[in-house]
Unconditional design. Structure first.
Length: 331
Protein backbone atom coordinates (compact mmCIF):
# COMPACT_ATOMS: atom_id res chain seq x y z
CA UNK A 1 0.00 0.00 0.00
CA UNK A 2 1.22 3.48 -0.86
CA UNK A 3 0.68 6.06 1.86
CA UNK A 4 0.63 9.18 -0.27
CA UNK A 5 1.54 10.77 -3.58
CA UNK A 6 3.79 13.81 -3.80
CA UNK A 7 3.52 16.37 -6.57
CA UNK A 8 6.89 18.09 -6.56
CA UNK A 9 7.58 21.55 -7.84
CA UNK A 10 10.90 22.98 -8.73
CA UNK A 11 12.17 26.45 -9.48
CA UNK A 12 13.24 29.56 -7.68
CA UNK A 13 12.31 29.56 -4.00
CA UNK A 14 11.30 32.49 -1.83
CA UNK A 15 13.58 31.19 0.92
CA UNK A 16 17.21 30.11 0.88
CA UNK A 17 17.51 27.52 3.60
CA UNK A 18 21.13 26.45 3.95
CA UNK A 19 19.96 22.90 4.66
CA UNK A 20 17.58 22.61 1.68
CA UNK A 21 18.09 19.06 0.49
CA UNK A 22 16.53 19.91 -2.84
CA UNK A 23 20.07 20.85 -3.82
CA UNK A 24 21.16 17.25 -3.38
CA UNK A 25 18.67 15.97 -5.90
CA UNK A 26 19.87 15.15 -9.39
CA UNK A 27 19.66 18.38 -11.45
CA UNK A 28 17.40 16.92 -14.19
CA UNK A 29 14.77 16.36 -11.48
CA UNK A 30 14.85 20.03 -10.58
CA UNK A 31 13.57 21.30 -13.91
CA UNK A 32 11.64 24.53 -13.36
CA UNK A 33 7.93 23.68 -13.62
CA UNK A 34 6.44 26.63 -11.74
CA UNK A 35 4.73 27.85 -14.89
CA UNK A 36 3.76 24.51 -16.38
CA UNK A 37 0.14 23.35 -16.38
CA UNK A 38 -0.60 20.62 -15.86
CA UNK A 39 2.61 19.29 -14.33
CA UNK A 40 4.29 16.88 -16.73
CA UNK A 41 2.95 13.33 -16.42
CA UNK A 42 0.20 14.29 -13.98
CA UNK A 43 -2.31 12.09 -15.77
CA UNK A 44 -0.01 9.12 -15.17
CA UNK A 45 0.22 9.94 -11.50
CA UNK A 46 -3.56 10.21 -11.27
CA UNK A 47 -3.92 6.78 -12.86
CA UNK A 48 -1.55 5.36 -10.22
CA UNK A 49 -3.55 7.11 -7.49
CA UNK A 50 -6.66 5.30 -8.69
CA UNK A 51 -4.91 2.03 -9.15
CA UNK A 52 -3.09 2.04 -5.81
CA UNK A 53 -6.02 3.48 -3.86
CA UNK A 54 -3.91 6.40 -2.68
CA UNK A 55 -6.00 8.81 -0.65
CA UNK A 56 -3.53 11.56 0.12
CA UNK A 57 -1.86 13.88 -2.36
CA UNK A 58 0.76 16.31 -1.12
CA UNK A 59 1.80 19.40 -3.04
CA UNK A 60 5.35 20.20 -2.10
CA UNK A 61 8.66 21.11 -3.67
CA UNK A 62 12.12 19.72 -4.14
CA UNK A 63 13.74 23.14 -4.05
CA UNK A 64 10.87 25.59 -4.08
CA UNK A 65 7.61 26.36 -2.35
CA UNK A 66 4.43 24.93 -3.92
CA UNK A 67 2.55 28.20 -3.36
CA UNK A 68 4.92 29.72 -5.91
CA UNK A 69 3.32 27.47 -8.52
CA UNK A 70 1.47 29.83 -10.84
CA UNK A 71 -1.42 27.44 -11.46
CA UNK A 72 -1.98 26.29 -7.89
CA UNK A 73 -5.69 27.03 -7.88
CA UNK A 74 -6.27 25.42 -11.27
CA UNK A 75 -4.33 22.33 -10.23
CA UNK A 76 -6.36 21.94 -7.03
CA UNK A 77 -9.54 22.09 -9.08
CA UNK A 78 -8.24 19.47 -11.49
CA UNK A 79 -7.18 17.18 -8.63
CA UNK A 80 -10.60 17.53 -6.95
CA UNK A 81 -12.25 16.54 -10.22
CA UNK A 82 -9.95 13.72 -11.23
CA UNK A 83 -8.88 11.96 -8.03
CA UNK A 84 -11.13 9.58 -6.09
CA UNK A 85 -13.73 11.17 -3.88
CA UNK A 86 -12.38 11.79 -0.40
CA UNK A 87 -8.77 12.19 -1.51
CA UNK A 88 -7.06 14.58 0.88
CA UNK A 89 -5.12 17.39 -0.76
CA UNK A 90 -2.32 18.56 1.49
CA UNK A 91 -0.02 21.56 1.22
CA UNK A 92 3.55 21.51 2.54
CA UNK A 93 4.72 25.08 2.53
CA UNK A 94 7.15 27.49 4.10
CA UNK A 95 4.14 29.74 4.72
CA UNK A 96 5.66 32.83 3.16
CA UNK A 97 2.78 33.22 0.72
CA UNK A 98 0.05 31.76 2.90
CA UNK A 99 -1.59 35.06 3.87
CA UNK A 100 -1.35 36.55 0.42
CA UNK A 101 -2.95 33.42 -1.02
CA UNK A 102 -5.16 32.54 1.92
CA UNK A 103 -8.14 31.76 -0.26
CA UNK A 104 -6.18 29.13 -2.17
CA UNK A 105 -4.50 27.97 1.04
CA UNK A 106 -7.94 27.20 2.47
CA UNK A 107 -8.88 25.08 -0.52
CA UNK A 108 -6.58 22.31 0.65
CA UNK A 109 -7.82 19.79 3.21
CA UNK A 110 -4.92 20.58 5.50
CA UNK A 111 -1.54 22.22 5.50
CA UNK A 112 1.85 21.88 7.09
CA UNK A 113 3.75 25.13 7.58
CA UNK A 114 7.51 25.03 8.10
CA UNK A 115 8.39 27.51 10.75
CA UNK A 116 11.68 27.20 12.62
CA UNK A 117 11.61 30.22 14.91
CA UNK A 118 9.68 33.28 16.07
CA UNK A 119 12.99 35.08 16.48
CA UNK A 120 13.71 37.06 13.27
CA UNK A 121 17.46 36.55 13.58
CA UNK A 122 17.18 32.81 14.05
CA UNK A 123 14.59 32.61 11.30
CA UNK A 124 16.91 34.41 8.93
CA UNK A 125 19.80 32.13 9.80
CA UNK A 126 17.70 29.04 9.18
CA UNK A 127 15.62 30.14 6.19
CA UNK A 128 18.15 32.44 4.56
CA UNK A 129 15.62 35.29 4.30
CA UNK A 130 14.30 37.93 6.72
CA UNK A 131 10.79 38.46 8.07
CA UNK A 132 9.18 35.30 9.40
CA UNK A 133 5.61 34.84 8.20
CA UNK A 134 2.93 35.87 10.67
CA UNK A 135 2.08 32.46 12.09
CA UNK A 136 -0.58 33.90 14.34
CA UNK A 137 -2.43 35.47 11.41
CA UNK A 138 -2.08 32.29 9.34
CA UNK A 139 -3.65 30.25 12.12
CA UNK A 140 -6.41 32.82 12.59
CA UNK A 141 -7.28 33.00 8.91
CA UNK A 142 -6.93 29.29 8.17
CA UNK A 143 -10.16 27.36 7.91
CA UNK A 144 -8.30 24.07 7.53
CA UNK A 145 -6.15 22.17 10.06
CA UNK A 146 -2.62 23.59 10.10
CA UNK A 147 0.32 21.63 11.42
CA UNK A 148 3.50 23.49 12.31
CA UNK A 149 6.71 21.79 11.29
CA UNK A 150 9.95 22.94 12.87
CA UNK A 151 13.36 21.63 12.00
CA UNK A 152 15.51 21.49 15.09
CA UNK A 153 19.17 22.43 14.77
CA UNK A 154 21.82 24.01 16.94
CA UNK A 155 20.48 27.37 15.68
CA UNK A 156 17.11 27.09 17.38
CA UNK A 157 17.31 24.31 19.94
CA UNK A 158 18.13 26.87 22.64
CA UNK A 159 14.77 28.53 22.00
CA UNK A 160 12.72 25.38 22.33
CA UNK A 161 11.02 26.36 25.62
CA UNK A 162 9.81 29.65 24.21
CA UNK A 163 8.89 28.04 20.90
CA UNK A 164 6.71 25.38 22.53
CA UNK A 165 5.04 27.95 24.73
CA UNK A 166 4.29 30.38 21.91
CA UNK A 167 2.96 27.67 19.62
CA UNK A 168 0.71 26.40 22.39
CA UNK A 169 -0.54 29.90 23.15
CA UNK A 170 -1.30 30.52 19.48
CA UNK A 171 -3.52 27.46 19.51
CA UNK A 172 -1.31 25.16 17.43
CA UNK A 173 -2.85 21.71 17.68
CA UNK A 174 -0.05 19.72 16.10
CA UNK A 175 3.62 20.51 16.16
CA UNK A 176 6.26 18.36 14.53
CA UNK A 177 9.88 18.80 15.54
CA UNK A 178 12.11 17.33 12.90
CA UNK A 179 15.73 16.38 12.69
CA UNK A 180 17.85 17.71 9.90
CA UNK A 181 18.39 15.10 7.22
CA UNK A 182 21.64 13.34 8.09
CA UNK A 183 21.49 14.37 11.76
CA UNK A 184 23.17 11.58 13.67
CA UNK A 185 22.41 12.70 17.19
CA UNK A 186 19.62 10.97 19.02
CA UNK A 187 16.70 12.99 20.33
CA UNK A 188 18.12 12.56 23.81
CA UNK A 189 21.34 14.21 22.68
CA UNK A 190 19.58 16.94 20.72
CA UNK A 191 16.67 17.80 22.96
CA UNK A 192 17.42 19.75 26.16
CA UNK A 193 16.90 17.44 29.12
CA UNK A 194 15.04 20.05 31.17
CA UNK A 195 12.16 20.13 28.68
CA UNK A 196 9.59 17.71 29.98
CA UNK A 197 6.96 16.30 27.66
CA UNK A 198 4.44 13.57 28.38
CA UNK A 199 4.69 10.66 25.99
CA UNK A 200 1.30 9.74 24.63
CA UNK A 201 2.08 7.33 21.83
CA UNK A 202 3.86 6.75 18.56
CA UNK A 203 3.23 7.60 14.96
CA UNK A 204 5.04 5.61 12.28
CA UNK A 205 7.79 4.79 14.69
CA UNK A 206 8.16 8.35 15.98
CA UNK A 207 7.36 9.32 19.58
CA UNK A 208 4.36 11.55 20.19
CA UNK A 209 4.10 13.78 23.26
CA UNK A 210 1.71 16.21 24.81
CA UNK A 211 2.70 19.75 25.75
CA UNK A 212 -0.14 21.45 27.61
CA UNK A 213 -2.70 19.99 25.25
CA UNK A 214 -0.61 20.45 22.09
CA UNK A 215 0.48 17.31 20.26
CA UNK A 216 4.23 17.26 19.69
CA UNK A 217 5.83 14.63 17.47
CA UNK A 218 9.58 14.13 17.29
CA UNK A 219 10.10 13.16 13.69
CA UNK A 220 13.11 11.50 12.22
CA UNK A 221 12.78 10.81 8.50
CA UNK A 222 15.51 8.23 8.63
CA UNK A 223 13.52 6.19 11.15
CA UNK A 224 10.18 6.71 9.53
CA UNK A 225 8.60 4.11 7.38
CA UNK A 226 6.18 5.27 4.79
CA UNK A 227 5.74 4.79 1.10
CA UNK A 228 5.14 7.42 -1.47
CA UNK A 229 4.86 7.86 -5.19
CA UNK A 230 6.60 11.00 -6.31
CA UNK A 231 5.99 13.03 -9.44
CA UNK A 232 9.12 15.05 -10.09
CA UNK A 233 9.07 18.29 -11.99
CA UNK A 234 10.45 16.74 -15.18
CA UNK A 235 7.67 14.15 -15.24
CA UNK A 236 9.56 11.29 -13.66
CA UNK A 237 7.47 9.12 -11.38
CA UNK A 238 9.36 7.18 -8.76
CA UNK A 239 8.79 5.48 -5.45
CA UNK A 240 11.99 7.05 -4.19
CA UNK A 241 12.27 10.59 -3.03
CA UNK A 242 15.89 11.52 -2.64
CA UNK A 243 17.31 10.54 -5.98
CA UNK A 244 20.92 11.37 -5.56
CA UNK A 245 22.87 8.13 -5.71
CA UNK A 246 23.45 6.92 -9.25
CA UNK A 247 24.85 3.58 -8.11
CA UNK A 248 21.75 2.52 -6.26
CA UNK A 249 19.84 1.17 -9.23
CA UNK A 250 17.72 -1.74 -8.17
CA UNK A 251 18.48 -3.79 -11.24
CA UNK A 252 16.65 -6.82 -9.95
CA UNK A 253 13.42 -4.89 -9.72
CA UNK A 254 13.99 -3.14 -13.00
CA UNK A 255 14.69 -6.33 -14.91
CA UNK A 256 12.33 -8.85 -13.41
CA UNK A 257 9.09 -7.00 -12.90
CA UNK A 258 6.89 -7.60 -15.92
CA UNK A 259 4.81 -4.75 -17.20
CA UNK A 260 1.24 -5.22 -16.02
CA UNK A 261 -1.95 -3.34 -16.54
CA UNK A 262 -0.32 -0.52 -18.31
CA UNK A 263 2.64 0.09 -16.02
CA UNK A 264 6.12 -0.53 -17.31
CA UNK A 265 9.43 -0.22 -15.64
CA UNK A 266 11.91 1.29 -18.01
CA UNK A 267 15.14 -0.22 -16.82
CA UNK A 268 17.12 0.88 -19.82
CA UNK A 269 15.83 4.41 -20.11
CA UNK A 270 18.00 7.46 -19.80
CA UNK A 271 16.32 8.25 -16.51
CA UNK A 272 17.14 4.83 -15.09
CA UNK A 273 20.80 5.63 -15.60
CA UNK A 274 20.41 8.18 -12.87
CA UNK A 275 19.95 5.28 -10.54
CA UNK A 276 16.36 4.95 -9.55
CA UNK A 277 13.37 2.87 -10.08
CA UNK A 278 11.36 4.50 -12.80
CA UNK A 279 7.67 3.99 -13.16
CA UNK A 280 5.80 4.88 -16.27
CA UNK A 281 2.23 4.24 -17.15
CA UNK A 282 1.70 3.16 -20.68
CA UNK A 283 -1.79 3.24 -22.08
CA UNK A 284 -2.56 0.14 -24.08
CA UNK A 285 -2.75 1.02 -27.76
CA UNK A 286 -6.02 2.61 -28.70
CA UNK A 287 -7.24 3.06 -25.14
CA UNK A 288 -7.91 6.22 -23.29
CA UNK A 289 -6.28 7.00 -19.96
CA UNK A 290 -7.56 4.46 -17.47
CA UNK A 291 -9.04 6.65 -14.79
CA UNK A 292 -12.38 8.28 -14.34
CA UNK A 293 -12.56 11.94 -14.93
CA UNK A 294 -10.05 11.87 -17.73
CA UNK A 295 -11.47 13.13 -20.96
CA UNK A 296 -12.84 10.12 -22.79
CA UNK A 297 -11.92 7.66 -20.07
CA UNK A 298 -13.80 4.46 -20.78
CA UNK A 299 -12.81 2.34 -17.82
CA UNK A 300 -10.84 2.61 -14.66
CA UNK A 301 -9.08 0.30 -12.25
CA UNK A 302 -12.06 0.86 -10.00
CA UNK A 303 -14.59 -0.11 -12.63
CA UNK A 304 -12.69 -2.76 -14.57
CA UNK A 305 -15.12 -5.24 -16.04
CA UNK A 306 -13.33 -8.49 -16.69
CA UNK A 307 -12.04 -10.81 -13.95
CA UNK A 308 -8.51 -10.25 -15.24
CA UNK A 309 -8.94 -6.50 -15.08
CA UNK A 310 -10.45 -6.67 -11.61
CA UNK A 311 -7.48 -8.69 -10.40
CA UNK A 312 -5.08 -6.26 -12.02
CA UNK A 313 -6.93 -3.36 -10.43
CA UNK A 314 -6.55 -4.91 -6.99
CA UNK A 315 -2.93 -5.93 -7.16
CA UNK A 316 0.02 -3.60 -6.97
CA UNK A 317 1.71 -3.64 -10.32
CA UNK A 318 5.11 -2.58 -9.16
CA UNK A 319 7.16 -3.31 -6.12
CA UNK A 320 6.89 -0.86 -3.27
CA UNK A 321 9.86 -0.60 -1.00
CA UNK A 322 9.44 0.92 2.39
CA UNK A 323 11.91 3.63 3.13
CA UNK A 324 12.23 6.64 5.28
CA UNK A 325 10.40 9.60 3.86
CA UNK A 326 12.83 12.40 3.28
CA UNK A 327 11.23 15.67 2.52
CA UNK A 328 13.37 18.06 0.59
CA UNK A 329 10.97 20.76 1.52
CA UNK A 330 10.58 21.12 5.26
CA UNK A 331 6.89 20.54 5.09
S1 LIG B 1 13.94 23.97 2.28
FE1 LIG B 1 12.00 24.56 1.32
S2 LIG B 1 11.72 26.72 1.82
FE2 LIG B 1 13.86 26.23 2.20
S3 LIG B 1 14.93 26.80 0.30
FE3 LIG B 1 14.43 24.59 0.18
S4 LIG B 1 12.47 24.52 -0.86
FE4 LIG B 1 12.74 26.66 -0.18
Amino acid sequence: MVDFANILFSGRCNARCPYCIGRQIDPPLNEDNLDRFPPTNLERLIAIIWQQHIRQVILTGTNTDPQLYRHEEKLLKLLREQTPQGTQLVLHTNGRLALRKIEVFNRYDRASVSFPSFNPLTYRRMMGVPNPPDLKAILQQATIPVKVSCILTDDNVGEIDEFLERCQKLGVQRLVLRKLYGERRTWEMLFPSHVKLDRTGDYRGNPVYCYQGMEVTLWDFQQTESTSINLFSNGLISDQYLLTHPKKVNLKILKTTPPQHGIQLHGDSAEAKHGFNLLRLVDPPGQSPAYPGAPGAGRSPATAETGKDRKAAREPTFPIRREGRRAAHPG
